[in-house]
Write a protein that binds this ligand. Structure first.
Ligand SMILES: O=C(O)c1cc(=O)[nH]c(=O)n1[C@@H]1O[C@H](COP(=O)(O)O)[C@@H](O)[C@H]1O
Length: 228
């Protein structure tokens, strides 16, 4: 059985590694899994990956790589020894196949970002996609499974249909999570932690509802409790 705390990934979307470390201290044993995205990574946060890993915490390195195959493959290879548990790439077939080659045997699990949770139908159309968002997510999930990826990032609204596509062993990780009544901000495909859990997700990613809370530890505990 997975420890319910492991289902929560706290997004350390902060501009300074010292601030991020202080937040990890404040949250204490209420969370075990942290995400470093590019705001923090570009500010020196890559060095936090081995540091947090050495403390027994899991790290999701969210760099959302997407480039020509060779660049993605070598980029992923350069990250394999950092100690991250997850690494993201965008769900383009060429990119995903390159990431799997770069990861080799020992690298992090590679997750494919399907359609960003800040996108609704109008945003997808504006970006040139003719497919409805759930169909685009489904297509990309199938391609990710075929490319040998370890998991999918999508909204919890798509989790049940993605599960049917990727089977029980690959992971479903869902941002766009808001506790009931919380400010949604720029997220558009949103669910509560409890709804996401009921839809069959493996992990939720939560940033501002925790990083912006007066008591981040309490906010994390409430989210975990909602998924129990
Ligand atoms: O890959 C991600 O983590 C991601 C994918 C996605 O579709 N939507 C999404 O919000 N994210 C990330 O998840 C986090 C969500 O943060 P909050 O909206 O503050 O909870 C941010 O760090 C985003 O970069």
């Amino acid at each position: 059985m997975i420890d319910p705390r492991d289902r929560l990934i706290v997004a350390l979307d902060l501009g300074d590694p010292r601030e991020a470390e202080a937040l990890v201290e404040r949250i204490g044993d209420a969370a075990t899994f942290y995400k470093i995205g590019y705001r923090l990574a570009y500010a020196g946060g890559l060095a936090l990956v081995p540091k947090l890993a050495a403390r027994g915490l899991k790290v999701f390195l969210d760099l959302k790589l997407h480039d020509i195959g060779n660049t993605v493959e070598e980029g992923v290879r350069a990250l394999t020894d950092l100690g991250a548990t997850f690494l993201t790439v965008h769900a383009y077939p060429q990119t995903m196949r390159a990431a799997v080659r770069g990861r080799g045997e020992a690298g992090p699990k590679i997750l494919a970002v399907t359609v960003l949770t800040s996108y609704d139908e109008a945003d997808a159309r504006e970006a040139g996609y003719a497919l409805p968002v759930p169909d685009l997510v489904a297509q990309r999930a199938a391609q990710a499974a075929q490319a040998g990826l370890d998991g999918i990032v999508c909204s919890a609204a798509e989790a049940a249909s993605v599960r049917d596509i990727i089977g029980p062993d690959r992971l479903i990780v869902t941002p766009g999570i808001r506790p009931a009544g919380a400010e949604v901000g720029d997220q558009k495909r949103v669910m509560t932690p409890g709804e996401a859990r009921a839809a069959g997700i493996d992990h939720v990613v939560v940033g501002r509802p925790i990083t912006g809370a007066a008591d981040p530890r309490d906010a994390a505990q409430r989210i975990v409790a909602d998924m129990a």
